[in-house]
Design a protein. Sequence first.
Length: 348
Amino acid sequence: MAKSKVFILYTGGTFGMQALDSAKSGLRPGSWDQILQYMPAVNKSPYFDHFKNVSFNFAALDPVVDSSDISTDTWKSISETIEAHYNDHDGFVVIHGTDTMAYTASALSFVFQGLSKPIILTGSQLPVFHPRTDAITNLSNAIYIAAYKSFDLIKVPEVCICFNDDILRGNRAVKSSTLDFEGFSSPNFRNLGHLEQDILINKNLLLEDGLQLDMKTGFSRKVVNVTIFPGYDPSVLLKLVTDRQIEGVVLKTFGAGNLPHSDKWTELVRACEENGVLILATTQCQNGSIDLGKYKSSEVLMSDHVIPGFDITSEAALTKLMWVIGNYPFDERAAVLASNLRGEISLA
Ligand code: ASP
């Protein structure tokens, strides 16, 4: 059986959390050493020895965090850690809190162009210290996918979320439950694989193996994510645009791209054109796609400053917009946003 080298980066999250002082205090992440000390499977039986043909290297974010505290700087530092170890490892596991895991997975998918190794994010709904924890299963599953060579598995050269029994494309995944072990789903794209007694990987869905790694780690924070609701008035948004506070908007429209009727939308789109702001139009629906012009209620968005997000998730839309603005000059942004970069959209 072939040997593999896997790099595990622990960033925090419920996976390693404990209530430190008293029953009253909230959960916060513990150190990687505490996890290794405790994890029954790691401590009592030689857990990592079970993976005889896998050699591991470990690192932890400093400090480890609840994933609510993950920022664009953290995405950069996770990316740079992976880059520093890229050539001498076969796969990467990132242990991450579930709350913002779909954002990080999407962000990393854009950062790494030409990826030829698996980057697998995982975490858990119950801490590893809990007797019914899902942490060990999730970590083991992620290790199998990252160490594919040692288990005779198909290589998944993508940023993925491996959680419960699912392997999901990272930029298609959403956190869909705060409670269920099945914490993530991929509403608009089939699972890349399933982890049952056998591990099944849908080879025909995978992105092509990359030839040359190219990283871009810029992310703009001058964006907003606006969910339209009945009676929504775009005046506040208009002010942000005319005051040049923002360079991009993810607009979560009704259905296929529809908005409540108001002349202010025409004003807003014109202001975007004059102030170099792009709108990425997405749908509030979990399932389905943007189709601008299908209804009269979306015609106001037919401008070259409005880019249809098709069936993109909210998390991928926001990170794609931040990444595009952070790395490309204005005149290239609309074309990059409209294209399918890492399998995040299905073009009609
Ligand atoms: N608040 C935790 C986090 O995202 C939740 C979790 O990991 O499940 O870090």
